[in-house]
Design a protein around this ligand. Sequence first.
Ligand SMILES: C[S@@+](CC[C@H](N)C(=O)[O-])C[C@H]1O[C@@H](n2cnc3c(N)ncnc32)[C@H](O)[C@@H]1O
Length: 314
Amino acid sequence: MDLVGLRKDCKMLGINFRHDIEETNSPFSGMLNLAGEILDLTVRPTGGIATLTDAKRTHIMGKLWNSVTKAMAKQRRKMLANEIFERHAGIVQRGAYKGLRLGGDSNVSRGPLGLKILGLYEPPVVAEIAGSAPFDDLINFGAADGYMSIGPLFSGLCKRSICFELTEAGRTSVKANAAQNGVSENVVIRGAADETLMAQLDEIGIDPQNSVILCDIEGAEFTVFSTEVLAALKGAKIIIELHDTIMPEGTALREALIGRLPTGARTRILRADGVDFAGIKDLDEMHDIDRALVMSEARKWFGEWLVIDYEKET
Ligand SMILES: C[S@@+](CC[C@H](N)C(=O)[O-])C[C@H]1O[C@@H](n2cnc3c(N)ncnc32)[C@H](O)[C@@H]1O
């Protein structure tokens, strides 16, 4: 079977083979990117025309089909999320951040917007933050659109929101969301949480005893939370989304992080559990498959958060 066959199959799936695969001289290898699903192709030519064995072609088509169906599911999830977002004009409908207005534009996918609007996004984290109130500062590393940092401020759980976000698009979104909820004057927006973190927090002026720190920075938590940073933040409740499951040497990274904690620190793990959506009209009226898509946080692994806290000083 030659490449013409693969091209025909791609055409049938609506994929532009020539444009999506970068052909180099010989052998060619290509990365096919289908809505974020990366398919690695390596094809060895024999003679003038590249040939594929039936087994290789079946393998490639299997991977393609896998990627296409995943991409379609992601697109449908986004479409449903957009519908929920539009139906409620971007206003969170229930839960601890009820009434919060979201602009919808940010650096992160629109996929979770349905859950955010329905107040069902990362429930154990929201419950942990709400259960810590009242406190002074919510310090968020990886603020994205600010849902998790503007939300607690808007709802009166804290007095100030300090948002660290790497991307300009994210910072713009946090700024816009703060403005449209009328809380800008109590929001501090900064760039990356990096080695300058402690200097920045000193400049802002925080009291760890009255702060909750929420961190979701895609694996950088294992470098940002150095011994010095953890010591300086002693007394704060720290909630860290763990990304070790998708990292090489992940177990060792998790153990090392816990090993760096100051004396007196208590730890526990929060896990994403099933969510009770009974009585939520937006979900009640959906097909089972659509409901499952909207309820999905589209994780590659089960969500886990490390919670660090201390006995309160009296
Ligand atoms: C998975 S998103 C967070 C999603 C967020 N929890 C929400 O409610 O939608 C991770 C965010 O962390 C940001 N990020 C990654 N590394 C960072 C760092 N070192 N400092 C600040 N932000 C970082 C990314 O730009 C991205 O916006």
